[in-house]
Design a protein around this ligand. Structure first.
Ligand SMILES: O=P(O)(O)OC[C@H]1O[C@](O)(CO)[C@@H](O)[C@@H]1O
Length: 180
């Protein structure tokens, strides 16, 4: 199991690194805005400290915008993973970016079929939002389990980053652990 710390705060990342709990970092635009420093500064400081995958999210809505942003982000470091939303435009962008060898984390995954489509489009990572699914009276970890079954069945290497985590108990609910 890998741990991805979901923050853009350097002190939190450093503390996580000292604990040996940081395999990678996930960020989003609001987390970066919370730091009250420029995007470039925050990202530079993260990439300087973390050698594992660091997800940086695009903000464009059209696939061309996402692709252009993704290419710029990918140039910031080898460990950059471009975070792309699970929309039709996002899938097109994932397809283009992954064909160019750029690693993608497809975010805003709410169903197993979305995870299947993201993997098919070439995403290296998918981020199912388990907490928000639970908030809407679904069972987020059940969706994760279904994604694992589908990926195993079709032989996809896409990694699952369980996102929108509210509490550790969520992890006890999964029977098949290999991919998380
Ligand atoms: O439901 P929440 O707690 O707002 O979490 C949203 C999730 O979206 C993400 O952008 C996914 O990586 C994370 O920041 C977070 O896990």
């Amino acid at each position: 199991m890998k741990f991805f710390i979901d923050t853009a705060n350097i002190r939190e990342i450093e503390e996580g690194l000292r604990l040996g709990m940081v395999d990678g970092v996930t960020t989003n635009p609001s987390l970066i805005a919370k730091e009250k420093r420029s995007f470039e500064e925050v990202v530079h400081d993260i990439l300087e400290r973390v050698s594992g995958p660091v997800s940086l999210e695009v903000v464009g809505l059209k696939s061309e915008e996402m692709v252009a942003e993704g290419k710029k982000l990918a140039k910031l470091g080898d460990q950059v993973v471009v975070k792309v939303p699970m929309t039709t435009e996002g899938l097109k962008a994932t397809n283009i970016l992954s064909n160019e060898g750029i690693s993608v984390n497809q975010t805003l995954i709410f169903s197993p079929v979305q995870a299947l489509m993201a993997a098919k489009a070439g995403a290296d990572y998918v981020s199912p939002f388990v907490g928000r699914l639970d908030d809407a009276s679904h069972n987020g970890m059940d969706i994760v389990e279904q994604i694992i079954t589908i990926y195993d069945h079709y032989g996809f290497d896409t990694e699952i980053i369980v996102a929108s985590v509210r509490h550790p108990v969520m992890f006890w609910k999964v029977r098949s652990w290999a991919r998380i």
